[in-house]
Design a binder for this molecule. Sequence first.
Ligand SMILES: *Cc1c(COP(=O)(O)O)cnc(C)c1O
Length: 383
Amino acid sequence: MKVYMDYQATTPCDQRVVDSMLPYFSEEFGNPHSGHFSGQTAFIAVEKARRQIADLIKANDHQEIIFTSGATESNNLAIQGVANFYQNGRRKIVTSSIEHKCVIETCRYLKSQGYDVVFAPVTSDGIVDIDFLKNIVDDNTLLVSIMTVNNEIGTIQPIKEISKLCRNHGAIFHTDAAQALGKIDIDVTDVDLMSLSGHKIYGPKGIGALYVRMRPRVRLAPLFHGGGQERGMRSGTIPVPLCVGFGQACKIAKAEMHEENKRLGEFKKFFVNRILSALPKVYLNGHADLRIPGCLNFSFEGVEGEGIMLGIPEICVSSGSACTSASLEPSYVLKALSIREDLAHCSLRIGLGRFTTFEEVEYVTDRIVEVVTRLRKMSPLWE
Ligand SMILES: *Cc1c(COP(=O)(O)O)cnc(C)c1O
């Protein structure tokens, strides 16, 4: 039985999303920036998609949604855009040590450009250390960038509290919400900038968005220059079919996410109970409750995550994160939790989602128990 359980890496495009996109490839193919009727049809479709995205994150105005190629670009645009636009003397940028690589690397780049960049630590259950933030965010802080939901361990960060802190000091607050969109209630009232991705919520790959607050207005220097589309922040012709698909994915998520979460919550409970009761010395990484139900991350003492993956080739899961699993270094996210070094090497991320069935959950838990038991018998690390 082939099973896909890697919903944090990407999700299949929902058939309803595909259907909504199809007319915009070769029938309604106009350039939304053209003045004629063909352009007008495309323009109307794109603005509808903008509204559907704005709706899901409770944005006041759909013009606050800027289309990009994905969350990687959105994060770069938000962080570099703020740093390059505001030359007001503030030089401090605060982020966390468990952000997605594209945030970490963008911040590292700005550090090399002379910015004072601080990577805030997290607690052992994967929640950003709020007391540390309270000490470090000050009137010299230009930007704070903390993700809403982590992509490796699924923990939900205290966005409201961080927002208050930023407001008290006049710092701009950006959050990478790629893993939160369509999974938890998002209220953009708390933030100034928010990154979103299409392919994490059953939409197409290659499309994302950046929410950019209009009141009070947050300004960004663009990453590339051109025709001035997307309020001057993102030049280039927007990919109409992808925008339409992303909008449709948001509409579906809004209607179905609460039911979906209930179902995934049951699966999660079953999964965790089954694994923890069948195998000794297994640990669930990340906070027990402050997490989305569809992201499970276990450490199996005495067996490497890569080894488990080799033993279950018919099941798509991830050891470490997709970006780092090619290297032998353990995941920097698990390292940041300061769990034991050996346990960081022994981790497996399992992602449940919209098309996961109970039958699959039973099958995968059985297979993991079987393979871990077998590997432990052979392991010199295990007695
Ligand atoms: C997937 C992901 C990204 C990157 O999104 P793309 O649209 O693939 O560029 C960024 N941040 C988080 C938290 C993610 O899960």
